[in-house]
Design a protein around this ligand. Sequence first.
Ligand SMILES: *Cc1c(COP(=O)(O)O)cnc(C)c1O
Length: 426
Amino acid sequence: MKKVPFVTKEQLDEIVKKYPTPFHLYDEKGIRENARKVYKAFSWNKGFKEYFAVKATPNPAILQIMKEEGCGLDCATKVELMMAKACGFTGHDVMFSSNVTPANEYAYAKDMGVIINFDDITHLKYFEENVGEFPETVCCRFNTGGDFKISTAIMDVPGEAKYGFTREQLTEGFKYLKSKGVKHFGIHAFLASNTKTNDYYPALAKILFKTAVELHEETGADIKFINLSGGVGVAYSPDETPNDIEVIGEGVHKVYDEILVPAGMGDVAIFTEMGRFMLAPYGHLIATAIHEKHIFKEYIGLDACAANLMRPAIYGAYHHITVAGKENEPCDHMYDVTGGLCENSDKFAVNRMLPKIDMGDYIIIHDTGAHGFSMGYNYNGKLRSAEVLLKEDGSTELIRRAETPMDYFATFDYTGLFDRFKDGNE
Ligand SMILES: *Cc1c(COP(=O)(O)O)cnc(C)c1O
């Protein structure tokens, strides 16, 4: 499917007057429309809730939009919980799906009254010894082990993943938690990431629904919700077919009616924890071409680098590129598009066919709305970029300023040494 940016060259000409490149730009309209589609797809389930995975796009303005669309948040650390709290998410609007969790973070989660999703059976005793009594509602994360395969398109190896309880541990854990007064239970699993098929959630749901019925029979536990977690992918490349959330919702509905309803569990709520599907397509990294280099290959150098978007450098991930204003020109030039880190993996694209790029062209890197800015880092003293929201009325709002050198120096304990840079005139 042809990938079209949500912003035009003319709009960018205006936006860069206020916010110099590079920056991440988010499309409020796209985010809201997609969130509404998700809720519509699962509207058959009374208790449905999407807990947006904060790690995908940890920005209060984005979390606020999620809140207005009825979403909760999925947090994995105390800092993410603090952010959720500051944005007005409390109690069961938050899932705490952490792993290798320190005691003080569990304590913070308990105080906030959020739903704690235990990653391991040994964490139950750890929690009791270091934090205290369990909350009334508790979730446990399931690892099915072995391989998880629906088709050649989707394969992952849960047996190699560090997360979750084994099947036997779930029974043991539920019994133990019940004996300690826990009243309501949830089950959670995340078996495959960035899936490119409408069959992933239904296949996962089938496993979790069967497990829920068994656990209910074995332990008498009152299972209130089943959390399908994240993993629904997006079409990063024009060759891929985007997932259809309507079809996915109906697929889950079908197995729900086949398995849970006949077992008398037709009131179980479905939760999801999507990050990528909620945000990735609605973010662009906007950069400017500042150098061209003609050696053994043709290179285009950008003012953005892997510090702004790490996925190509660490996973070799494909991110589509549009040269703003040249959407309809032939892609008859082959380039490596790079950033300026002293690290040869700092390439946004390798051997990519693009229109002829001129210096000063805006380079739009697609699908950076999730796991984009948030994976950024400061290697080489590269500073994190700004984040800008393109609002529904076409105006823009700076939702995070770009870092300055003083931000980079702020954690050193050399008081005064860097003060001369304070006014930014150096
Ligand atoms: C990362 C993560 C998510 C979100 O994953 P996506 O691939 O962005 O959908 C959800 N739940 C948990 C526990 C995660 O670690």
